[in-house]
Ligand binder design. Sequence first.
Ligand SMILES: Cc1cc2nc3c(=O)[nH]c(=O)nc-3n(C[C@H](O)[C@H](O)[C@H](O)COP(=O)(O)O)c2cc1C
Length: 323
Amino acid sequence: MTSAVHSFSVGSFQSSNNIWLAPMAGVTDGPFRSLCLRGGAGVVCAEMVSAHALHYANPRSLRMLCVDEREKPVSMQIFGSDEQTIAEAARAAEARGADIVDINAGCPVKKINKAGAGCVLMKDPVHLGRLVAAAVKAVHVPVTLKTRISLKRGVLLGDQLAHIAESEGASAVIIHARAAEDMHGGEPDLDSMARVCRAVKIPVIGNGGIHDGKTAQAFFDAGCAGVMVGRAAVGNPFIFKDIQEELEGGTPAPLGPRRRVEIYLALIEENIARYGEKIGIGRSKKTAGYWLRDFPNAADVRGRFVRMESLADIRALFQSVVF
Ligand SMILES: Cc1cc2nc3c(=O)[nH]c(=O)nc-3n(C[C@H](O)[C@H](O)[C@H](O)COP(=O)(O)O)c2cc1C
């Protein structure tokens, strides 16, 4: 394989590489982002934040925009439905250190869609263009749009949306190569991805099902300038280095269950340091299935782990089963 990995520019922002962490609500918080940066991600994306909630100075949403240097470079994602609140939210993200501001137009979650945000924005490209323009006007950092290849399988929209985003000043588009109706399942539509890449001059960052060098290379072959990894980074935050190594002709050593559990424990400790023991452990439990796997009694360990409330108990459990 020829190397598709390189430093690349998104507007005025220069990224050290083009393999980024995708935004994941409930997952890509500060501790996880800093772990992925150590694991080789060029840029890490924060969890989506409601523009409406920021407008009302919701403390939880404001806290989600707090980053320290170990969690940068960071792209902060906002979601909303009207130009004024999107502009305000973009400014709030920039003021808190966003290197890039990203607008969500791909989320298929009903609650978000009912508020006129996420993937329903794909139905009205002109309005979506106005949101992009409002954010671009509001901040100095680059603005990107993350959307889907289509709403319904086989009915391509991504090329039109990418084109509008480009016309309104977006510095890149991120395309999840699955239809919104497919949520997070199914194969990415790489033929349509190639059409999106041909439709614009700004970088297209491809996403959907990337879990190794081969699946990343397929997106580069379709014409993407960069890729974003989502779920495959949960349970292996070093996947960014692994993909790079594979694309450069190497064979990365697989992450065994023992090392995976060690990294998970370190993440749980980071979460506790950040959020306190109760919330830190609670947040960590959401991704247990990604971390506690591939060893004989994994299901039993997960079952015991999710009932635990103290770090001491968790340490003892992990010690007894894996180390
Ligand atoms: C738990 C979870 C939360 C997500 N939250 C967001 C989000 O906040 N914003 C967003 O644009 N996409 C979100 N996504 C979608 C991912 O960014 C990504 O597009 C999707 O998971 C496909 O990539 P993958 O196949 O590499 O996981 C989320 C996905 C998951 C699984």
